[in-house]
Design a protein around this ligand. Structure first.
Ligand code: IPD
Ligand code: CA
Ligand code: CA
Length: 282
């Protein structure tokens, strides 16, 4: 990324960044990222659904910041956040936020954690705009429906496109695991069948970043069972706008059951392998 994009691309970047929804989401994600980088010594870790499903003081602070900013700028919009935000609105738009996607990484100082903010159209459930900000890497992934996907990497904009890998056996595939041991045991069984059919697996610890890496062509595919709307609201739009296919299994749309996001050349093959292992998926 040494040169600026050609002017045709730059026009599309300018069009994208003029979207007022995206502009607001970028501003809020930047603010939340700044807040999160200034971490206290005591993160005040508490547990949620299981002993390994944690929440820190900073997840809560960042969510409160994001919610207050949305309320100030878009008082009529609905909000859904992982750490409890749940507000109805009257505008027909809903902000779906994960204040830290990758909390375990944040706790352990692994740099792969992000702020994820998606704006959904309530009538269709479809994303209109999405931002995934990775503060430690200074990477801002952005997209608006129909306007493509970009990353602003340390201030340098770069258009995103999925990889050209057309052979699943050569694909680098991201995945993730849930927080319950039953779910993890079944995910391990499925992985046993996926692993021999791909080049390798990465478990980076943030669904939103995994999706952005598919958009960037760094990962060729990503799948996971058990992710929630706040995990993928922004990243899934960013991946699709970069050319990825995104489905569940057996012709279903993405959901808590399964999300499979991959470049179109290998998506069907990965889905087929996951469908064979459906019986293993508790
Ligand atoms: C988690 C991360 C992880 C994925 C889990 C998610 P959190 O979100 O995205 O990569 O495997 O399913 O719950 O808890 O760090 O916000
Ligand atoms: Ca998450
Ligand atoms: Ca989270």
């Amino acid at each position: 990324m040494t040169s600026l994009p050609p002017s045709a691309s730059l026009d599309s970047f300018n069009k994208l960044t003029s979207d007022p929804n995206l502009e607001l989401a970028v501003r809020i994600a930047s603010g939340a990222g700044k807040l999160l980088l200034d971490r206290p010594d005591d993160l005040q870790v508490e547990t949620k659904s299981t002993a390994t499903d944690i929440v820190t003081l900073m997840d809560q602070r960042a969510e409160a910041f994001i919610v207050s900013q949305i309320n100030e700028n878009r008082p009529n919009d609905a909000i859904l956040g992982e750490e409890g935000a749940n507000q109805d609105g009257t505008s027909g738009f809903q902000w779906v936020i994960d204040p830290i996607d990758g909390t375990v990484n944040y706790l352990h100082r692994v740099p792969f954690w992000c702020v994820s903010i998606g704006l959904m159209e309530e009538s269709t459930g479809q994303a209109l705009a999405g931002v995934v900000f990775v503060p430690e890497l200074d990477q801002m992934y952005i997209s608006s429906r129909g306007l493509g996907s970009w990353v602003i990497d340390a201030g340098v904009p770069k258009e995103l496109a999925v990889s050209g890998c057309s052979d699943l056996s050569q694909a680098l595939v991201g995945t993730g695991f849930g927080y319950s041991s039953t779910r993890r045991a079944s995910q391990a069984r499925v992985l046993q069948n996926v692993l021999p059919n791909v080049a390798d697996i990465r478990r980076l610890g943030s669904c939103a970043i995994d999706l952005c890496l598919v958009a960037a062509g760094v990962l060729d595919a990503y799948y996971e069972r058990g992710v929630n709307a706040w995990d993928h609201a922004a990243g899934e739009l960013i991946a699709r706008e970069a050319g990825a296919l995104s489905t569940g299994l057996f012709g279903k749309s993405i959901g808590n059951d399964m999300i499979v996001v991959a470049n179109p050349a290998i998506h069907g093959h990965l889905v087929a392998i996951l469908e064979v292992n459906q019986a293993d998926q508790d």
